[in-house]
Unconditional design. Structure first.
Length: 150
C-alpha cells in the first residue's frame, strides 16, 4: 500500500512539473516575439524560435501578412468577471499568409486594431458588429494594463 501511494505522488509531481515546464516555455515564447506594422502589412518575428518545422504547432517565428491579402478580422473580448467589467481583447487577422492572433496586452495593440480594421474596410471585408462593439472597449482595456502608453 505504501509503495502504491509513493507511485501516485510521484506521478502527480511529474505531471505538475511537466505542466509548469510547458507553461514556462509558452510564456518565454510569448515574451520574445515582435510584431511590426507598416503600410504594406504586419510581420510577427520570433527572436529564438525561427526554425523550420516549428510553424505547424504555432511555434514558428516569422509570419508576414499583407494588408491587401486580408480575408477576415475578428476582435473578441474575454471577460474575467461576471459583470464583464474586466478582461482582455484578442485580435485575429486571417490573410493569405496565415493567421495572426494578438492580445490586448501587446504594446501598440490599438494601432494594430485600427490598421487591421482599415485594411478590412479597404478590401471590402465585413467586420462583425460584435468586433466593432468590442473595439469601443479598446482603450479602456488597454488602460488597465500595466505600462500602457497612449
Amino acid at each position: 500500500m505504501f509503495t502504491a501511494l509513493q507511485s501516485v505522488i510521484f506521478g502527480l509531481l511529474v505531471g505538475l512539473s511537466l505542466l509548469l515546464a510547458w507553461l514556462g516555455a509558452v510564456t518565454l515564447w510569448r515574451q520574445q516575439i515582435e510584431i511590426e506594422l507598416d503600410a504594406s502589412g504586419v510581420v510577427r518575428r520570433s527572436l529564438w524560435f525561427d526554425r523550420p518545422g516549428l510553424g505547424r504547432w504555432g511555434w514558428g517565428g516569422a509570419l508576414a501578412l499583407r494588408w491587401s491579402g486580408i480575408r477576415a478580422v475578428n476582435l473578441r473580448y474575454y471577460s474575467t468577471r461576471h459583470d464583464r467589467s474586466e478582461g482582455w481583447l484578442q485580435l485575429t487577422i486571417e490573410a493569405d499568409g496565415g493567421t495572426l492572433r494578438a492580445d490586448s496586452d501587446l504594446i501598440g495593440f490599438p494601432s494594430l486594431v485600427e490598421q487591421a480594421f482599415a485594411a478590412a474596410e479597404r478590401n471590402g471585408i465585413a467586420v462583425s458588429e460584435a468586433s466593432r462593439l468590442n473595439a469601443t472597449r479598446l482603450y479602456s482595456v488597454n488602460e488597465s494594463h500595466r505600462g500602457y502608453q497612449p
